[in-house]
Write a protein that binds this ligand. Structure first.
Ligand SMILES: Nc1ncnc2c1ncn2[C@@H]1O[C@H](COP(=O)(O)OP(=O)(O)OP(=O)(O)O)[C@@H](O)[C@H]1O
Ligand SMILES: [Mg+2]
Length: 541
């Protein structure tokens, strides 16, 4: 083993030593028991006794070492791959993640990475150990009785072929069962998430039928998977039985001494035991490959933003940057631009409202400003520098984004706000809540900042939710606030109050707020209208 041998292969070789010790232990135990049955002088058994003890100790010792090495190598590799994956996910977020939530994508990617790396421990090491140890056993058996050696070699070869077949079958059954499971999850979420609507239109029976059909498919897929597995395990057992009987017949014909015959008969049995890891390894391999393919498909998408700029953001710490768009067009996918060409200047501290009909590109404009999407053409400048040359993380850190339904985490009010600025004190949180117009609300909470919100906690109304999102954005201290219809679900007086509180609290910071409510825009310095087929910005009053 040289230094350049991958650590996982080294672990596989140590595993092979453990498996070989197990085979040798069974074989020498047979030898010892049969020899001892003739009641010879104890000294003549000494070699066999020592061998049995040595293999008995070596097997768990090697296995322990193998587990340490293989897990160490796999976990090290996992840590490295996670970092690389997160780095590649950043420029894909959120534009390339489709309709799935970011947390869902992250959970899926973490699970897929685990499954992919798991293959080193559950496939590479056991398969290498089993095949290597079984081949060594076959070679040594040849030295005792060539025909019996040929039987063990055939046993190993056939087990290898069987594993290949199992792998192909596992791969297709796994893919089918995965699809079936995803369909059950999809239909369940659809039915449970829209239970009231389904009830209202009398659709519950139809929904139950969808669920039953998806469930039946899953049962069929799981049964097929189970059948493949049982055929694999059963065939391996039959193979072991056949090899054992063949070895017994050969040993009897060769007229060997009892202990040697016992050794030959027990060897295929022990080899069969070592090869029993193959079916599990093949199903782990199918799972791991499917996970690797999913990850590849996710990460190979063309990033929506370039993450290659490494110039530090020119804006001084805490200062508000000037933003300028020149003939900017942007598209999420395909050739058709969903925004622009658009010219827009946002002076530091300006409060601008963006209006326009559905689909006119208002949210797309915010995505471009926040660097969730790079312009397709034109130039986006931050204090005079093209943003594409600037460090992505630093640039994104200038913007606080609030959408129409800010998420309320199932945690205390304090933690719900503190995530915008970890480590900030209660006084700062109080000020942000006050600025967002939640002073009265906070004063009415008996447990104050310790009040638990979200699932299982205190309910939050639409207006409170919008204000919480705004409080979070204010607390973050980020100099530019981008708000996508934060008051869309509020009644007129509440919406006006929220917007006016927001504008008061963010004096000195730039605010860009998308709104459909043309009636609550008085406090803004400017209104930009993205309406019309040309999507050209017009400066309103
Ligand atoms: N994340 C996305 N991925 C792909 N396409 C998107 C995405 N977001 C928006 N689009 C598309 O971009 C176009 C402009 O949508 P955008 O959301 O910017 O409009 P909008 O003015 O915000 O509309 P609305 O008033 O309905 O919110 C639409 O055709 C939309 O389908
Ligand atoms: Mg929108």
């Amino acid at each position: 083993m040289t230094r350049s041998t991958p650590p996982i292969l080294r672990a596989g070789l140590i595993g092979a030593a453990a498996t070989a010790s197990g085979i040798a232990l069974t074989a020498t135990s047979g030898w010892l028991i049969v020899s001892a049955s003739a009641r010879p002088v104890i000294l003549t058994l000494l070699t066999a006794i020592v061998a049995v003890r040595a293999f008995g100790i070596a097997r768990p010792a090697f296995r322990y070492l193998e587990r340490l090495r293989s897990h160490d190598a796999a976990l090290g590799d996992l840590a490295e791959r996670r970092t690389r994956t997160y780095r590649r996910l950043v420029p894909l977020t959120p534009a390339r993640l489709g309709r799935r939530g970011r947390s869902e994508v992250l959970t899926g990617a973490v699970r897929d990475l685990d499954d992919e790396v798991d293959a080193q421990v559950r496939v590479t090491v056991p398969v290498l150990s089993a095949l290597l140890a079984a081949s060594v056993a076959a070679a040594l058996t040849v030295l005792v009785l060539p025909d019996a050696g040929a039987v063990v070699a055939t046993q190993v070869g056939l087990a290898g072929l069987l594993a290949g077949g199992l792998w192909r079958a596992e791969r297709s059954t796994y893919a089918v069962s995965l699809r079936a499971r995803a369909e059950v999850a999809r239909v369940s979420a659809l039915v449970s998430g829209n239970a009231l609507e389904l009830q209202a239109v009398g659709g519950t029976e139809q929904a139950s039928r969808w669920l039953a059909a998806a469930h039946e498919d899953l049962v069929r897929a799981t049964t097929r998977q189970g059948r493949v597995r049982s055929v694999g395990v059963g065939s391996l057992l039959l193979l072991t039985a056949g090899a054992t009987v063949a070895s017994a017949v050969l040993a009897a014909r060769a007229d060997l001494a009892g202990p040697v015959a016992a050794l030959l008969v027990l060897t295929p049995l022990a080899v069969g035991d070592a090869l029993a890891v193959l079916p599990d390894a093949m199903s782990a391999r199918a799972r791991s490959l499917a996970a690797a393919e999913r990850l590849q498909a996710l990460l190979e998408q063309e990033p929506a933003v370039r993450d290659s700029g490494d110039w530090p953001v020119p804006t001084a710490d805490g200062a508000v940057p000037g933003l300028r768009l020149r003939r900017v067009t942007a598209a999420w996918a395909g050739d058709r631009a969903q925004l622009g060409p658009l010219d827009l200047d946002l002076e530091p501290g300006e409060h601008v409202a963006v209006v326009g009909p559905n689909g006119s590109g208002k949210s797309t404009l915010l995505a471009v400003l926040a660097r969730a999407l790079d312009p397709r053409s034109g130039r986006y400048e931050l204090d005079g520098d093209d943003v594409r040359g600037l460090d992505l993380e630093q640039t994104r850190a200038l913007f606080a984004v609030v959408d129409d339904t800010p998420h309320v985490f199932a945690s205390s009010l304090r933690e719900n706000l503190r995530l915008a600025r970890p480590g900030c004190g209660d006084d700062e949180i109080g000020v942000a809540l006050l600025d967002a117009g939640l002073g009265h609300w906070l004063a009415g909470l008996p447990e104050g900042l310790d009040t638990v919100l979200g699932a299982g906690g205190r309910g939050v109304s639409g207006g409170e939710r919008a204000r919480l999102g705004i409080a979070r954005a204010l607390l973050s201290g980020r100099p530019v606030l981008l708000l996508d219809e934060p008051v869309a679900h509020l009644d007129h007086p509440t919406a006006e109050a929220v917007v006016s509180d927001l504008l008061d609290a963010s004096r000195g910071r730039t605010v860009v707020m998308v709104s459909h409510r043309l009636d609550s825009l008085e406090g803004f310095d400017r209104v930009v209208d993205l309406g019309g087929t040309t999507h050209r910005a017009e400066v309103g009053s």
